[in-house]
Design a protein around this ligand. Structure first.
Ligand SMILES: [Zn+2]
Length: 224
C-alpha cells in the first residue's frame, strides 16, 4: 500500500469516527446556572482554592467591549464581604450593589433594575453577613449620628419581631436578608414583572466571616 493511500484511509477512518459527534460549530458550551456558579465559586473560596480566573489582560480586553454579568449581588459594604473574592469571580462576572446592611434606596434600586433589565442578568443574590455593624446599629435603641441613623431606620422594620436572645444577632441578619429579597421581588414594577415572567430569580444567603461559606436561607412567599 502506498503511503498516500494509507494516509487517505486513516483520514477516512477519522472522518467516520468524528461524524458521530455533533458539529462543533453548532455546539453551544453552556455555563452552569447563575446560583450554581456562585455556589461553586464560593466553595473554592472557602476551601482556599480560588481559580482567580478572568482577572488578566485577556478578560480585561474582552469586557472592555461590553458587560454581560451573570448575576447581581446585593450585599453589605463591609470590607470583609467583597463579592468577587467570596464567589471567586472575574472582571465583568458580577454586577455589585453595596450599601451598609444592603439597605435599598432609589439609587440602589435603579442600579439593580438597570442590570436586570438592560444587562440581562437573571439572578440576584442578596448576601448578609454575621456580625454586621449596620444590623447591630439597628438593634440598638439610641439615636445614631448623621446619616448612620437612616441605615438603622431602614433596617429596623425587618428585625423588630426578632426576640431577644443569644442568637438574636444572627436571626436579625437573616431577617434583614429576607426583607431585602422580598423588597426586590415586589417593590418595583420592573423587577416584579421580571420575577413574575420567570426571567429573574431573587435569593438570599448569609456569609460566615469565619468559614468563608455563604449559606443560602429560605425566604417564604409572602414573607414580610
Ligand atoms: Zn454589614
Amino acid at each position: 500500500m502506498s503511503m498516500l493511500r494509507a494516509t487517505a484511509l486513516v483520514s477516512l477512518a477519522l472522518l467516520g469516527a468524528c461524524a458521530s459527534f455533533p458539529d462543533e460549530s453548532t455546539t453551544v458550551v453552556q455555563s452552569p446556572p447563575p446560583f450554581e456558579r456562585l455556589a461553586a465559586g464560593n466553595r473554592r473560596f472557602a476551601c482556599d482554592a480560588p481559580l482567580a480566573m478572568g482577572r488578566g489582560e485577556t478578560r480585561r480586553t474582552e469586557v472592555a467591549k461590553g458587560q454581560h454579568p451573570y448575576a447581581i449581588v446585593v450585599t453589605c459594604s463591609d470590607s470583609r464581604v467583597a463579592p468577587e473574592l467570596l464567589f471567586d469571580a472575574g472582571l465583568g462576572d458580577l454586577f455589585v450593589v453595596r450599601t451598609a446592611g444592603h439597605v435599598l434606596d432609589d439609587h440602589a434600586l435603579g442600579s439593580i433594575e438597570y442590570a436586570a433589565e438592560h444587562l440581562g442578568a437573571h439572578a440576584i443574590l442578596v448576601v448578609g453577613h454575621e456580625r454586621c455593624d449596620a444590623v447591630a446599629a439597628a438593634m440598638s435603641t439610641g439615636e445614631l449620628p448623621g446619616h448612620i441613623e437612616s441605615l438603622a431606620t431602614a433596617i429596623r422594620p425587618a428585625i423588630v419581631a426578632v426576640p431577644a436572645g443569644s442568637d438574636a444577632s444572627d436571626r436579625c441578619v437573616a431577617e434583614n436578608v429576607r426583607a431585602t429579597v422580598t423588597a426586590l421581588k415586589h417593590c418595583t414594577p420592573i423587577l416584579h414583572e421580571l420575577v413574575e415572567a420567570g426571567t429573574l430569580d431573587v435569593r438570599g444567603g448569609v456569609y460566615d466571616l469565619d468559614s468563608g461559606v455563604v449559606k443560602m436561607i429560605e425566604v417564604r412567599a409572602g414573607e414580610h
